[in-house]
Design a protein around this ligand. Structure first.
Ligand code: ATP
Ligand code: MG
Length: 238
């Protein structure tokens, strides 16, 4: 199962993941946390370039492509093999960040950005994406306290507001994949909200996996019922 955490700066993604990992491991799951950009040796080198405050001249298209290079690497080197082994992978950001930041934030053509993202991921979509939604200024205030200010944080407040609005639009467009947790609450309540959403999704996953496929006799019976009911429908027997 592939879970991604998304949200504006300072919404709590990085600080919540270790506690989620510990919680799920205690429940007996094999869990692997990772982060974007990064999570591989190549990806971490690209992360340095993207985040370096010196790189003020970086063009949005260069920024977009650097993210995709790091992403392609982590998908192939880390995420896909672990999912194939049945692990739960939790990623601190994934391709929705590109749509939110490089698409909505930089106001680039969304279709083109979606195309790049699909190329980078090879079409790997998360099973669950949680948006930690927080007021932009509150998130930036939290980050400033932290001393972890990077080139992305330094974009204007308006940029970050477009990012947040973009996320909310993405949730509306694809509600079955997304869940939203109010990250403006106190930290403990946010962690509780995250656990609830994830455990709920794991249960659905479990039910789907334990449903045994139909055997031949059951399939034949089902076909018979379907044939009968379509005949009855034709003859107006309902
Ligand atoms: N609900 C909360 N209330 C108060 N402070 C919080 C809350 N959640 C996180 N913080 C604090 O805000 C700071 C930023 O949090 P964190 O680094 O987890 O955010 P992030 O979503 O990973 O940010 P970024 O997108 O910039 O990486 C940290 O110091 C963290 O402890
Ligand atoms: Mg973070």
């Amino acid at each position: 199962m592939f879970i991604t955490l998304e949200g504006p700066e300072g919404s709590g993604k990085t600080s919540h993941i270790p506690y989620l990992v510990e919680y799920l491991r205690e429940k007996g799951h094999v869990v692997f946390p990772t982060r974007e950009p990064g999570g591989t040796s190549i990806g971490e080198q690209i992360r340095e370039v993207i985040h370096d405050l010196k790189n003020v001249e970086m063009h949005p298209r260069a920024e977009t492509l650097l993210y995709q290079a790091a992403r392609a690497q982590i998908v192939e080197q880390v995420i896909k093999p672990r999912l194939a082994d049945g692990e739960i992978v939790i990623s601190d950001r994934y391709y929705d960040s590109t749509i939110a930041y490089q698409g909505y934030g930089h106001q680039q053509d969304l279709e083109q950005v979606r195309g790049l993202v699909k190329y980078a991921t090879g079409g790997l979509v998360p099973d669950l994406t949680v948006l930690l939604d927080v007021d932009v200024e509150e998130g930036l205030r939290r980050k400033k306290k932290d001393d972890e200010w990077n080139r992305m944080d330094a974009y204007t407040v308006e940029f970050h507001q477009r990012v947040r609005a973009g996320y909310l639009e993405m949730v509306k467009a694809e509600p079955s994949r997304w869940a939203v947790v109010d990250a403006g609450q106190k930290w403990e309540s946010v962690q509780e909200g995250l656990r609830k959403v994830i455990v709920g999704r794991l249960k659905i996953d479990e039910i789907n996996r334990t449903l045994t496929p139909l055997d031949k006799q059951e399939k034949d019976e089902l076909r018979g019922i379907q044939r009968k009911s379509s005949k009855s429908l034709k003859n107006n027997e309902w």
